[in-house]
Design a protein around this ligand. Structure first.
Ligand code: GDP
Ligand code: ZN
Length: 298
């Protein structure tokens, strides 16, 4: 499935895009999930004489990226994309400024859904030579040390984009980020001809401005696929047990099994190997603070 507009799903079958409905029995899962089919899903369809398809089966996913649904259905899982190799979290140096809390929330859901993840810092052309952003460089180093690749680039000038494009070859990647970070501009730079609409931050507040509400998958000329996802202001986590959270922070998880208590959540317990590692400078304080913030929200 390459695109959804809610009721209609676009399915790529033998190179042709078929508009499909979803068979009723698949909708039974709608109590747990916003939608039975996600972009990237492998599906079986039946095509009726009028050319309209019906999705009857959704195959088991190898991985998925999800978040908590927004609005009225807040307890429900929203699967943004399925069967992914990689998710790139797009942030900007400024306008809007990068946000470690956002990054860590997506990373948790990527680990949860078995998707590899990396970070892109866009709008690096706005950096002032005389004042390198030290906080950013510290943050970049932290993520690289944990094992998440980081690219700093400018979609506008094209600087650094070629290196990023190499990472996309032959893989299925999704891009996620808050709106305004330059996701559409970046995808247009990655593949001229995609023609995604971009908009000024100032235009966004105007009535009638409408940004993508659903994810779309595009084939890349060099091989591979990219999935554009709607900008989200907040990336809500699925509800989970507090004790489960540390497993999705791969750096924190390295120490978690050395704690004195098996069900340690690393915020108040004595004999906590995680807090000790933070104190000894082996774990990033910022990541630990992020962990505590998320823990608090569960
Ligand atoms: P999206 O909401 O993430 O898809 O963001 P857009 O691609 O629509 O871009 C939002 C705004 O940021 C637009 O005014 C773009 O021109 C601007 N923008 C995007 N990339 C860059 C960049 O690398 N540098 C600068 N200075 N502005 C950028
Ligand atoms: Zn602990």
């Amino acid at each position: 499935m390459v695109r959804t507009t809610g009721v209609w799903q676009e399915v790529l079958a033998n190179g042709e895009r078929i508009s499909c409905r979803v068979r009723g029995k698949l909708r039974l899962r709608e109590e747990e999930t916003t939608h039975p089919v996600a972009v990237g899903d492998r599906v079986d369809i039946e095509i009726s004489p009028d050319g309209i398809g019906t999705i009857g089966t959704v195959h088991q996913r190898t991985s998925q990226l999800s978040r908590r649904a927004a609005g009225k259905r807040r307890s429900v899982e929203h699967v943004i994309a399925a069967n992914l190799d990689m998710v790139w979290i797009i942030q900007a140096l400024k306008k809007p400024k990068y946000n470690a809390g956002f990054i860590d929330r997506v990373l948790v859901m990527a680990e949860y859904g078995d998707v590899e993840a990396g970070l892109v810092i866009n709008k690096m052309d706005l950096a002032r030579e005389a004042h390198p952003d030290e906080r950013l460089q510290m943050m970049v180093k932290t993520y690289q040390e944990i094992g998440y690749p980081v690219f700093q680039l400018s979609a506008k000038t094209g600087g650094g984009v070629a290196d990023f494009v190499k990472q996309l070859r032959g893989k299925r990647s999704a891009v996620v980020g808050p709106s305004g970070v330059g996701k559409s501009t970046l995808l247009n730079a990655v593949q001229p001809g995609l023609g995604l609409k971009t908009s000024d931050v100032s235009e966004r507040t105007k009535k009638g401005t409408h940004t993508t509400a659903y994810a779309s998958m595009y084939e890349l000329e060099g091989g591979g696929e990219i999935i554009d996802t709607p900008g989200v202001r907040e990336y809500g986590l699925l509800n989970m047990e507090k004790v489960a959270l540390a497993a999705y922070f791969r750096d924190i998880n390295l120490y978690a099994d050395q704690c004195g208590f098996a069900n340690c959540v690393h915020d108040h317990e004595p004999d906590c190997a995680v807090r000790e590692a933070v104190e000894r400078g082996k774990l990033s304080v910022e990541r630990f603070v992020s962990y505590l913030n998320i823990l608090d929200s569960l």
